[in-house]
Design a protein around this ligand. Structure first.
Ligand SMILES: [Zn+2]
Length: 205
């Protein structure tokens, strides 16, 4: 997958996590994005690989693309390399690894799969049917990118719930309350009491 697709998927992961109360914040979001791009550092043709060319070229020459950096062993190596974050910002390390794993997960949808147990060369795929696998840079990948952008954009207002931080739970309660207010009719008060309890009663008083 291209860097943009991985970044969009990481965005969905971050927004979803925020919706459930785990807000990455600015540093966490940066770490999440870096982690999502990091596995492709093993090729000089990737978005990140172009920026760190001496490193990416050496990695590609020594191991090849989608080998060490696309495995659980590679995840462990990255955790060790960035372990200094534990002293400065432990949450950033967690977000970095979440982004890293999101990359591996998304690449399992790719035609070539992911060697999660490298150096054991056993490829893993998200779907068994070859026809559903996504070739790199294909129109299918472009569709996936669009879907991730749309889902991320749709979830963002729900995850942050306006100015508050109540996330998906608060958003769903508010939406349910609004819907009942619009559709409630004569029995509206009773249904509101049953559905939202004390908060609603206080609101009506
Ligand atoms: Zn990759």
């Amino acid at each position: 997958m291209k860097a943009a697709t991985h970044a969009a998927f990481a965005g969905v992961v971050g927004v979803t996590a925020a919706g459930f109360g785990a807000h990455p914040g600015t540093v966490g979001a940066g770490a999440l994005l870096l982690g999502a791009l990091l596995p492709d550092v093993d090729t000089a043709h990737s978005g990140l690989g172009r920026w760190v060319r001496p490193v990416s070229t050496r990695l590609e020459r020594k191991f090849g693309h989608r080998t060490l950096t696309h495995s659980l062993l590679g995840t462990l190596v990255v955790a060790c390399v960035f372990s200094w974050l534990l002293l400065l910002n432990p949450a950033a390390l967690v977000w970095l690894l979440i982004g890293y794993l999101s990359h591996l997960l998304l690449d399992t949808a790719n035609v070539s799969g992911v060697p999660l147990l490298w150096p054991w060369r056993l490829q893993f795929w998200l779907v068994g049917n070859r026809a559903w696998r996504v070739p790199y840079g294909s129109p299918q990948e472009f569709v996936w990118f669009g879907v991730f952008c749309a889902v991320g954009a749709a979830l963002t207002p729900l995850s942050i719930d306006g100015a508050s931080t109540r996330g998906f739970t608060g958003s769903s309660r508010r939406l349910t309350g609004r819907c009942r207010t619009i559709c409630g009719g004569p029995t509206r008060m009773r249904s509101l009491r049953w559905s939202t309890g004390r908060t609603c009663l206080r609101g009506r008083a």
